[in-house]
Structures are given as structure tokens and as C-alpha cells.
Design a protein around this ligand. Structure first.
Ligand code: ADP
Length: 687
């Protein structure tokens, strides 16, 4: 028997392995099983090169639990190891600068293991003793048994072993008993080994017989050695992709569609990306993509590795160029990984472009579900935007879909304002903004539906990307002012009548917290609505952006500002003014006359003071002016309170305001209740 010290420069490497690699203990299984896979693959390669002429036989890798002896054994029928190879590959491990490195990465087991090529030694994280029983495929090789109890000392001796290959026997230590639990091992195998390229059996299949579970002779194979992404797309049917998706995500709905990646230049990459069907925000989770390196599972936290927007997709990416055992921070800065990331973006964009081109109907049908992914990509990645702008769609209120270019052509003629700016009209809610949409379409405008989660941000971005264009929500002004084609037609009302309307309507506007109303009169035509409530695009958008962006909370705190536009052409408004004239003019007229008189006087005084310096104006002159202004204010207040008193009793005004509020979903609670009662009373019939 040979005894020796394992060739590490750091004497105490095992305590380090145990202590520092604590959090990631479970990966030992991946390491040991992947070694078994490698040994098996090597033997197959040797066979195909004619260097091994024996029988390959059954190459299934076996994972066995022995609870009584407290061991976990991984057996393969691969190349095996000769005594020299054990000496070379197991005993002599080169650690260069080990101490520095360990210090730096002590919290990242993957990094340490990867750096040292320490795969096999990770078994000591969970074992008090490890044995290798192995017989090389080489002729005349004798079977060897290597044993090590976790100190740098090992023993190596000849043994008897019938079959070619290697058994790695782990004597699980007391702190790691969990790895003797069948369910735990089963789920680890599922996580790390599901798609390894050699069949792996975890014990035997079980069946129910006479009321109890018994083992059958059949292997319990836990992996799919030929996963879908390794196969040729031309050989696969839709159903295959769907089935694979169900296997990966048993709880998810059928995907919208998928992209099969298959690249061998400038690097190797295969994979299948699925666009999931999203039912609600809750479904939108990142990190569903699984990363593999030669079918060995690496990670499913892919943030920073694949482009951000693709983290919303599902599926697998497999590339031998993705290093298996390195830290996440390393992965994120690795130039290969970066190249992969931008390549995937390009591929995904190309695929979407192709689907759009070949089957636009299907693409349109899926657009509503697809749009969140594409919009997110456009918002977060310029190179994706540059491609997606050719297939991203806009939907109008008739559910017709247009590309950006098509849409621009469609509205150019009719929706360019007097300054040559193209106005994109949109609605964020087809139901709530129904009347505004109708008014706009009746005027020959087209209205886009922008009701997606990302549309607020998208609108801002498109405004910057599109030349001389602006987005205006359909309820942000009266229909005539949405797209200003010539200078605005002023209401031909006398100033005093406009003032009256303003006060009359204000007298009945409800006080709503954090809502401000601004009343104005406009000539909207005899068939236009008597009152229209609009909200300015600018302020509303600032508030919307405040909700999605940090650092804009100032706007978030501002009240909502609504414009109440009274249509001076409408018969009901005309009637209100007429009645106001009859009821109030006897009192208002003299007040107004007085106000006008004061105004003239004030003008004269001002004129006299013109050109004079502050100190040249006498105190008496100043006082007179202040006096006039004070009187004017008093009179105006009196006038307004007269109107207000009259207005607050006017039932038509009340009803008109409520109708307008109702149309904007602003009539709620008690006010709504009162409105309904009042409206019922208006219905003629026997009381
Ligand atoms: P790596 O796999 O990264 O080379 P390991 O420490 O996991 O590092 O393994 C060291 C070497 O031991 C391997 O390169 C291989 O030559 C040998 N080895 C490990 N496991 C087996 C096995 N099951 N059969 C044959 N050789 C093995």
C-alpha cells in the first residue's frame, strides 16, 4: 500500500473547503456526476477513434444511496483511472497563489472550485471519507482503491474490481446527513443533472405491489440525455417544443412561441427561448431561463448575463463558452459572456422579424401578449430598438395593427398640426375614454390604444425617437384643440358672460381632494357636448412618470388639474346665460358699471405715473391707486357671490356638471347616489 500527502501547497486545504464553501455544498453532486459523464464520453470518443476496441456495454451512470453504511456512491463505466493517473490527476493538484485567492473569494464556492479545478475535492465538503475504486479501460490495468479521510494524507492500493470504470464512494459526514435523504438527492439530481448527455440512474424504479412499494429491475433514469435544444430544429414539431416547455415549467400556460437558437460561429451556443403567456403582473418573474454548459446546469439567475429584457423569457441556453465554475460577478464581466448576450439579442430580434414577415397574421394575434417583452427590450436596449422598430406594432381603437412606418403614413395627412408636428392621438383606456375616442374618430382622426404596463414610458421614448412628433391623449383637450391646425377660434362671448359662466359653474363643482378644476368657455358647436372635462397632457404625464421613476416625487404630489370646458354654442348653456341675465342683471349691472368706471380711473392714474420714478410719485397718488384696486376687488367679490348664489341653486348646471363628471369616471359615492336620485325624479310620470 502506498501512502502519501496530497500535493497542495496550502496544508489545510480541507478545512478551507469545508468552512468557506458552506453555502454551496450541494454542488458536489454536480461535480462528481459530471466527472462520471466526462469519463464516459471520453471512452465513447476513444471507441470512435478506434483506440478502444472492447465492448462499451451499458454505460448508465448509477447513483446509489446506502443509508445503513452512510454512503452515497456514484458509479460509471467510463475510462477509469490507472495508478499513474490517480497520482497525476488526483494527488498532484497545483495550487498557485492559493492563499490570496481563497481570501478574496471565500464567500463564493463556485469561484474557488472553478479556479482550482477542484471539482472532485468538493466531495470533501460533505464527506468524512472518500474512496475511489477504479479500473482503467487500458489493457492490463489493475484495479485501484484510493482513500482519503479529509486530511492531506491518502492511501492507494490495488484492489479487485470486475468492471471497467469508477466508483466514487462518499462517506457522508455527520453535519451533512441531509445528503443521505432520498428526496434531497432526487431533487438535486433533477436540478443539476436533468439534461446530462449520459443516462443516469438513481436506484431502481418502484411500483406498488400488495399494498407496499417495491423496487423493480428497471433503472430509475432521472435525465433526458438528448434534450430538445441539442436536436435539429428541422426534426422537431410544435408539439415537441410545447412538451419540453411543460417539462421545464409544469405550472405555466402554453407559451406564445419560441426561438430555437443554434449557433456554432463565432461561439457555440444552443438553446430554446420561450415567450411565456402572461396573465398578470405576478407572472412576470425574472430568472426563469436556465443556463447550461454542455448540458450541465450552471445557474438560473441570469441577470447581468443575458440582456435584461430576456430575463423575462423562459427556456434554456447552453454554451460551452459559459464557464461552469465561476462567480456571478466574473460571469458578468467576462467578454465571452458579453458577446453571447448581444448575440442572443440579435438572434431574438431576427427571429421576431422573420415571424412578423412570414406570418403577420399570427404575429398580430399574439401581439397583445408579446408586446410587453418587445416594449421592454426597446426601452432598455438601443440595439434591440433599432431592430424592433421594424416589427413592433401599434394598435388602434378598431383593433387594427400597424408598424411605426405604416402608422406614420396613415395619419400624416390628417394629423399634422399648424407647426408641422405629427400628432399621435392615443387612449389609455378604451372604456373610460369612449366619448373622447368617438369624437376624435368622427373627426377623421385615428386613435391608438396604449393601455399596456409600459406604455407610459414607451410614449415618452417614441416621442424622442420619432421626428417632429408628439403623443396626445385623446382626453387631454376638446376635440377641436387636440390637433391645432389654425389659430384657435375664440369664443365670441362677451367677457362678462364668460366670467359669469366661469363663476356659475365653479359654484357647483365638487371639492375633491388633490383635484383642481379650471373653467373656461369655448365654442364647440351646437352639436358638441355642453361640457367637456379634459386633463392637460403635460401635467398628467409628469405625474405618470413620477409613478414609475424615482426622483420625480415632486410631480407625484401635485394635484390633478382638469379643464372644465363649457360649450358656449350649446343651447343649454345659452339658456343658462339668458336666465342668468334675467335673474341677475338688475343687480350685476350697476356693480359692473362701477367696476368699469374704477377701471378707467385706474388706467388714467397709471398713465399719469408712467415714466416717473418710484420716489417721484407722491404718497397720496399711491394711496389713491391702492384704494381703487381694493374697491375693485370688493366689487368683483360681490359680483361673484351674486352669481355664485344664483348658480348654486341652478339645477341645470348641477346636472350638466354631474353628467360630465360621470363621463370621466369622477362621479362617485354620495355624489353619484344623489345624481341618480335626482335623475329618476326627472323622469316624467305619475308621482
Ligand atoms: P476536472 O474535472 O475539472 O479536471 P476534477 O478534480 O473534478 O477536475 O477531476 C480531476 C481529474 O480526475 C479529472 O480530470 C479526471 O482525469 C479524473 N477523474 C475524476 N473523476 C473521474 C472518473 N469518474 N473517471 C475517470 N477519471 C476521473
Amino acid at each position: 500500500m502506498q501512502k502519501g500527502n496530497i500535493g497542495v501547497t496550502t496544508e489545510n486545504i480541507f478545512p478551507v473547503i469545508k468552512k468557506f464553501l458552506y453555502s454551496d455544498h450541494e454542488i458536489f453532486l454536480r461535480e462528481i456526476v459530471s466527472n462520471a459523464v466526462d469519463a464516459t464520453q471520453k471512452l465513447k470518443t476513444l471507441t470512435s477513434m478506434g483506440e478502444f476496441k472492447g465492448e462499451l456495454g451499458d454505460l448508465t451512470i448509477q447513483v446509489k444511496l446506502d443509508k445503513e453504511n452512510g454512503t452515497l456512491t456514484i458509479s460509471d463505466r467510463g475510462v477509469g483511472l490507472t495508478d499513474e493517473e490517480i497520482e497525476k490527476y488526483i494527488n498532484q493538484i497545483a495550487f498557485s497563489g492559493a492563499n490570496d485567492f481563497l481570501e478574496k473569494y471565500k464567500n463564493d464556492a463556485n469561484a474557488i472550485i472553478g479556479h482550482f479545478g477542484l471539482g472532485f475535492y468538493s466531495s470533501f465538503m460533505v464527506s468524512k471519507k472518500v474512496e475511489i475504486v477504479t479500473k482503467s479501460y487500458k489493457e492490463d490495468a489493475s484495479a485501484m482503491k484510493w482513500s482519503c479521510d479529509g486530511s492531506p494524507e491518502y492511501t492507494l492500493e490495488e484492489t479487485t474490481k470486475e468492471e471497467r470504470g469508477t466508483d466514487i464512494i462518499l462517506y457522508i459526514d455527520d453535519e451533512s446527513k441531509e445528503f443521505l435523504d432520498e428526496n434531497r438527492i432526487s431533487s438535486l439530481l433533477k436540478k443539476y443533472c436533468s439534461f446530462l448527455p449520459v443516462p443516469i440512474a438513481f436506484g431502481k424504479k418502484k411500483e406498488w405491489k400488495d399494498g407496499k412499494e417495491v423496487e423493480t429491475d428497471e433503472y430509475n433514469i432521472i435525465n433526458d440525455p438528448n434534450p430538445l435544444w441539442t436536436r435539429k430544429p428541422s426534426e422537431l414539431k410544435d408539439e415537441d417544443y410545447k412538451e419540453f416547455y411543460r417539462k421545464l415549467y409544469p405550472m405555466s400556460d402554453e407559451p406564445l412561441f419560441w426561438i430555437h437558437l443554434n449557433v456554432d460561429y463565432p461561439f457555440n451556443l444552443t438553446g430554446i427561448l420561450y415567450f411565456p403567456r402572461i396573465k398578470s403582473n405576478l407572472d412576470l418573474t425574472k430568472n426563469k431561463i436556465q443556463l447550461y454548459s454542455n448540458q450541465v446546469y450552471v445557474t438560473d439567475s441570469v441577470e447581468g448575463i443575458v440582456p435584461d429584457f430576456l430575463t423575462l423569457l423562459h427556456g434554456v441556453i447552453d454554451s460551452p463558452d459559459i464557464p461552469l465554475n465561476v462567480s456571478r460577478s466574473y460571469l458578468q464581466s467576462d467578454s465571452n459572456v458579453k458577446k453571447i448576450s448581444s448575440y442572443i439579442t440579435k438572434k431574438v430580434a431576427d427571429r421576431l422579424q422573420a415571424i412578423f414577415k412570414n406570418d403577420r397574421k399570427q404575429f398580430e394575434e399574439k401581439w397583445d401578449d408579446l408586446k410587453i417583452f418587445i416594449n421592454y427590450g426597446m426601452l432598455t436596449q438601443d440595439d434591440f430598438y433599432d431592430k424592433a422598430k421594424n416589427f413592433a406594432l401599434l394598435k388602434d381603437s378598431d383593433n387594427k395593427y400597424y408598424t411605426f412606418e405604416e402608422y406614420q403614413t396613415l395619419i400624416k395627412e390628417n394629423q399634422t398640426d399648424k407647426d408641422g408636428t405629427l400628432i399621435y392621438l392615443y387612449s389609455s383606456n378604451k372604456e373610460e375614454q369612449y366619448s373622447f375616442i368617438e369624437n376624435a374618430t368622427n373627426k377623421g382622426y385615428n386613435v391608438l390604444i396604449m393601455d399596456g404596463q409600459l406604455d407610459v414610458a414607451l410614449v415618452s421614448m417614441l416621442e424622442q425617437k420619432f421626428e417632429k412628433s408628439r403623443f396626445t391623449r385623446v382626453d387631454s383637450d376638446t376635440v377641436d384643440n387636440l390637433i391645432v391646425k389654425e389659430d384657435r377660434k375664440k369664443s365670441d362671448l362677451e367677457a362678462i358672460k364668460e366670467e359669469a359662466l366661469n363663476v356659475l359653474f365653479r359654484s357647483q363643482l365638487p371639492a375633491i381632494e388633490k383635484v383642481d378644476f379650471h373653467v373656461s368657455a369655448q365654442a364647440l358647436g351646437e352639436t358638441g357636448a355642453p361640457i367637456v372635462i379634459t386633463q392637460s397632457e403635460y401635467m398628467r404625464r409628469m405625474k405618470e412618470m413620477a409613478n414609475i421613476q424615482a426622483g420625480m416625487s415632486f410631480y407625484g404630489e401635485m394635484p390633478d388639474m382638469f379643464n372644465v370646458v363649457v360649450n358656449s354654442d350649446h343651447r343649454l348653456i345659452k339658456e343658462i346665460l339668458l336666465e342668468e341675465d334675467q335673474q341677475c342683471s338688475s343687480e350685476i349691472k350697476p356693480i359692473q358699471e362701477e367696476i368699469d368706471q374704477l377701471s378707467r380711473k385706474r388706467e388714467e392714474l397709471k398713465k399719469a405715473q408712467e415714466g416717473k420714478k418710484e420716489e417721484e410719485i407722491s404718497t397720496a397718488e399711491k394711496d389713491e391707486l391702492t384704494d381703487i384696486e381694493k374697491k375693485q376687488d370688493e366689487l368683483t367679490q360681490r359680483k361673484e357671490s351674486l352669481w355664485s348664489e344664483y348658480g348654486s341653486k341652478n339645477k341645470v348646471i348641477r346636472q350638466l356638471i354631474d353628467l360630465a363628471l360621470l363621463q370621466n369616471n369622477m362621479l362617485k359615492g354620495e355624489a353619484l347616489n344623489n345624481f341618480i336620485k335626482r335623475s329618476i325624479d326627472l323622469i316624467p310620470g305619475e308621482k
